[in-house]
Design a protein around this ligand. Sequence first.
Ligand code: HEM
Length: 144
Amino acid sequence: MTDNSRSAATVEPSAPRPSSFGRVMQAILVVVALLQVILVATQAMLAGIGLDGRAIGADLHESNSTVVAIVGVVQVIAAVLWWRPGRGRGAAPLLAAGLLLAVMAQMVAGQNSVLAVHIPLGIGILLGSIWLLRIALRRQPSST
Ligand code: HEM
């Protein structure tokens, strides 16, 4: 495999060997991070429906924001447990915590209709969530 053909499935020789608990936590984090990517992308879609003048879009955008925040908390817990004691990547809890703070700021910006912050921050949260999913998907060396 050449450098150019590296994929998310590449095993990094320098990465720490995970425990079996770590592998379970990594799988849980992949599921939670994937769910978060879908929820955040849905937020953009619901916002569009709301801006189209249909109240259901705005209502669902508001209720889905609570789901995004709850999943954000679960994501932090899963990322921390994957890191320690699971011996996973330390970047995951850092990014998950940053994303949770960004979601909180996003809710405040939305409630105050500060769209100049809300829309770019929404894009940033989506990109950050995809990045976290990529980190969680990267394979680590087998512990056996
Ligand atoms: C993490 C993702 C997001 C969260 C947690 C979130 C949260 C919120 C919240 C809590 C509100 C206030 C709802 C209300 O009080 O009625 C809101 C409003 C809004 N959001 Fe989001 N949002 C997110 C992403 C997005 C994205 C990606 C877009 C657009 C691309 C967007 C566009 C809007 C618009 C247009 C409003 C209405 C603002 C107004 O009433 O003037 N949001 N959002």
